[in-house]
Structures are given as C-alpha cells and as structure tokens.
Design a protein around this ligand. Sequence first.
Ligand SMILES: *Cc1c(COP(=O)(O)O)cnc(C)c1O
Length: 352
Amino acid sequence: MEIEKLIRKNILKLKPYTSARESHLSGILMDANENSLGSVVNYDNVELNRYPDPNQNKLREKLSEVISIPKENLFFGVGSDEVIDLFVKIFCNPREDEVIVCEPTYGMYRVCCDINDVEVKNVPLDKNYDVDVEAIKNEVSSKTKLIFLCSPNNPSGNLLSKEKIITLAKSLNVMIVVDEAYIDFADKIGLSKEAIEIPNIAVTRTFSKAWGMAGVRCGYSIASKEITSYLFKVKSPYNINKLTSDFIIQALSKKDAYENYVSKIISERERVIKELKNISIIKNVLPSDSNFISFQVNEPKNVFAYLESKGIIIRDRSNQFNFSGYLRVSIGKPEENNKFLEELNNFSQNKK
Ligand SMILES: *Cc1c(COP(=O)(O)O)cnc(C)c1O
C-alpha cells in the first residue's frame, strides 16, 4: 500500500519551517535571537535561555534504548493528545474526509476531529467491546482516511484483538492509529512491532498513566519512518521543551520504579474487581487490562453523587454510547480503594 495516497496533498508538498536549532545546538549561538546572557531562572544545568532540539534527539535515543524500537520510528508530542491531533492534520482534509471511531471509546478522537472540521463515523465495538471488522469494512469509503482504535479501550478497559487490527490494516487502504495509553497494564504486548512493519498501523503511547508523569504532558508515537517524518514536519517547531525532555529522560532511567507501580496497580485492580463483584447494587463489572475499572449500576447518577458527597470522585460514563449505567473508577492507593469500596457498600446497604 502507498501511504502517500492517504496523506493530504498540502502536507505532502509542505516545506516545513526550519528552525534555528535544527542545524546547530552548540557553538557561539547568535542565530535565534535568544538571550545569550542567560535566563532569569536557573534550573539544574538546563540552558533555559536556548531553544530545545526540534528533532528530540536525546529523548528519542533514550526511549529507543528502553523500548528497543529504532529512533527513526519515534516521535514525541505534548501528551499523546497532540499526536492524535497531528494524525488528523496529516491525513484528513477538513469538510472532505472522514474518520472512523468505535464507541464507546476515548472522547478526544471525536473532539479533535470536530476541531479540525473532519466528519466522524461511529462503528460501534461489538458486544464484547472488541473491534467489529466486518462493520468497519462496510463503513469505509473513499473518504475514510483514519481509524482510531483504543487498546486497552477507555472506558471498557479491555484489549482489542491484535489479529483483528492486523486483518483490518491489511485489508484496508486506511491509516489505523492504535492508542495504547494503557498498554503497560495489559499482560500482552501491544502493536509496536506492527507499527514499524505495517505501513498503515501507528501506535500512540503516553507517560501520563503507568509512568506517573501526567503533569509533564508527554506522549509519543511509534510509526513508519515515513509517517514519523510527516509528524516532524507538521508539529510546532519546538513542541517538546527542555524541562519535559529532561524529566522524561530521568523517568526512562527509572524502569524499576515504573515496573513496581505497574505491578502494584495490577494487583490492586484485581482485588478491587473481586470486591466489586460482591456489592449487591452492581450489575456488572468489566474485566480490565488497564488501570481503571468500569462497573454497571441501575442508578449511576445517584451512585456518583453519593460518592462525590463523600469526597470520592469517579467518572460517570453512563451517557456514553453503548455504555448505559457504567461508572469508571481509577485504581487509587490501597487505602483510597478501600474507602471507595466501603462507601459503595454503604450506599448498597442503604438500598436494602
Ligand atoms: C489518558 C489517555 C491518554 C493520555 O493522553 P495524554 O495526552 O498523553 O495525557 C490517551 N489516550 C487515552 C485513551 C487515554 O485514556
């Protein structure tokens, strides 16, 4: 397949802005109208008065080492939300092209398309919240440029079938972006290898969840060299600042701490799932490959409001497509999970 046929013409012929730090990162730097005397704020040895490396070299090298994916296939964004937006910008002509999303799923895909004035088609996930390959094939038209899949899916929590995603990619001339924000919590590996080998699969990941770096705003994509080069062309010149880069490089040297968090969160997740199943008001608890659990009740608004009144804030997802009655709770600290379970039990007892 020729990915070029999917890319917007204006992007194909785009001559990107060449920033000063593109060519030189050191020397007597008198090219970018920075303040050569220094910065009003000092932070470690980070030269805050200089623009950051637009090619994200150090960051990409470090990540490449840690996840064993070539640097050429890696691109960093201000959260994976930025990467999602760039995919829409690269592939979809406003008011002309279409994007497929499979609901219930992460709301940002739709919002991002709305902002870019790109039409969204919903092809619902099947009854097990997995991809419905035939339904997607039926919905794809010559206008369809992009399909967003989320695996593990937010809010249902499950991994999508890898085989189905690969089948889709191989049978369609459409770019498939698989959002793996929660892949760290799944016991299967994601589609990073496929994102390199299959031209129309790309993966996005984030430091906001398992790595505990949501405040830093950093995510990345794994994609073919070609697509990666378009992401670099389209991004704003210095999207990843020096502090983000510094913090993420530090994070990537702490793989043990990351693994420790992941295993604690998974064991708490399994414990909370078990306990939720014993609470009488709960009609269903979905299995989870993520760091959250979705569960179904008869009165989601009341349960939500009751927990809120006790200072426990969860997410009401009951208005989402095919997700009636569901609330979503993130795995917290053990004592937070206990308090949550205790209050749910209290609500349940009062119902009797
Ligand atoms: C939390 C989340 C993200 C993370 O977005 P960032 O911009 O990287 O913080 C991405 N996708 C899904 C499905 C999420 O739930």
